[in-house]
Design a protein around this ligand. Structure first.
Ligand code: PCP
Length: 387
């Protein structure tokens, strides 16, 4: 058996911290079924992050559909900042209390992956980024990890199931195992070229046996429709990887192989990508995405029976997020006091939108490609402080 919770168990509220079950028992014994507003927010973001990207909202809608609750919040893919309420649930607390664990799990991990992907996206500029991280996590999570990485800005995913769910073609290169079994880098690339669908780009892996420079030249001279060479050079041989890439770039170019691209994988993140950009055309990012730091969201009651109340360290009152349509300034305001005009003279636009009303979707959820486009639009205005 696989040690995972099934969809119906998640919908039944079985993936819950027991103290929520006991809280409902106590409230029922006391006859308390107060209507509350509870909001999801992150007090802080992972180290070095100025912003994050919200992901997992589609699964949250799936979790709460059919329940007597209203949910509003930022659309999936919205760039958000600390202290901003990304989602607010309103309803009788005992009706949804046991779902807090699953709710936060869906948002914390997906938003973590999407935010890391967004940082890699900004660092890589227009260069291609492929999500190669599924093998570092439980396979049951691969579609979620790859969806979040795609939303965050990755151009493609390697896993067949994930690509299927996203309506994409899975993208990949050649593993070391094929080269070891064929016994030669060029012969393996040639065999791949003979067998695999012509629509698949020919990317040769060149770090299995000999020096990458000479292997790159051998495959470039030996395989007419070579698209790119992949460097997955082991740490023990990496040394000055940028220097190696630039050297190989030079050798390929002076021999007329300017069209052959350089793809790098292995241990990459936004910082390493920024350093390799002068010579790399594409990246395969794995662990840094699938093992991305989660976004530490918490769910807290901010209103009981319409009255603002919150625990210490938390601002009370149901709130919404606004952005000025002229200067881009972000503000949070209570639902009871909506913002109008910004000091700059621009108008505040409310970014918080209803998702579910009495457990029903208020509007069809956006296609994943639309969510990704929305993220890329927002990332254009952002940059990263990369040390
Ligand atoms: C790894 C594999 C992954 C890459 C590197 C992700 O290479 O190709 O996709 O690495 P990361 O998790 O460090 O970012 P290998 O493990 O050498 O595997 P293979 O021979 O299958 O390419």
């Amino acid at each position: 058996m696989f040690h995972i919770a099934e969809k119906k168990e998640i919908k039944q509220g079985k993936v819950t911290d027991v103290y929520f079950q006991r809280t409902v028992e106590v409230l029922q014994a006391l006859g308390i079924d107060s209507r509350v507003a509870a909001e999801v927010r992150a007090a802080e973001l992972p180290e070095g992050y100025d912003f994050a990207v919200l992901a997992g909202v589609e699964e949250v809608a799936e979790l709460f559909q059919g329940m007597p609750v209203d949910i509003e919040g930022l659309p999936e893919g919205t760039v958000f900042y600390p202290e901003e309420p990304v989602l607010t649930i309103s309803g009788k607390y005992p009706d949804f209390a046991i779902y807090e664990t699953a709710l936060l799990g869906l948002l914390c991990q997906a938003s973590g992956v999407a935010s890391k992907a967004a940082r890699c996206r900004i660092a890589a500029g227009e260069r291609t980024i492929l999500s190669f991280g599924a093998r570092r996590m439980h396979p049951a999570l691969a579609p979620m990890i790859d969806r979040s990485a795609y939303i965050g800005g990755c151009d493609g995913v390697a896993v067949v199931k994930s690509a299927e769910a996203l309506g994409l073609e899975p993208l990949g290169t050649i593993p070391h195992s094929l080269i070891l079994l064929v016994g030669d880098t060029l012969e393996a690339a040639r065999a791949f070229d003979k067998v695999v669908d012509r629509a698949v780009k020919r990317v040769a892996l060149i770090d299995t046996f000999a020096d990458e420079k000479f292997e790159a030249l051998r495959v470039a001279e030996g395989l007419e429709n070579l698209y790119a060479v992949r460097f997955d050079t082991p740490k023990t041989r990496r040394g000055d990887l940028l220097g190696l890439l630039e050297e190989v770039r030079w050798e390929l170019d002076i021999r007329g192989f300017k069209h052959v691209k350089i793809l790098v994988s292995g241990g990459l993140d936004e910082y390493k990508i920024a350093r390799l950009n002068p010579a790399a055309d594409a990246y395969g990012v794995g662990t840094a995405l699938s093992n991305a730091p989660v976004i530490n969201f918490s769910l807290d009651i901010v209103e009981i029976e319409g009255k603002p109340i919150a625990k210490k360290g938390k601002r009370s009152g149901a709130k919404r997020v606004y952005q000025c349509d002229r200067c881009g300034k972000r503000e949070v305001a209570t639902v009871s006091a909506p913002l109008q005009q910004c000091r700059c003279g621009g108008n505040f636009k409310c970014l918080s939108h209803p998702l579910l009303e009495s457990g029903k979707l208020v509007a069809p959820l956006p296609e994943v490609s639309k969510i990704r486009k929305y993220v890329l639009e927002q990332l254009r205005g952002l940059d990263l402080k990369l040390l």
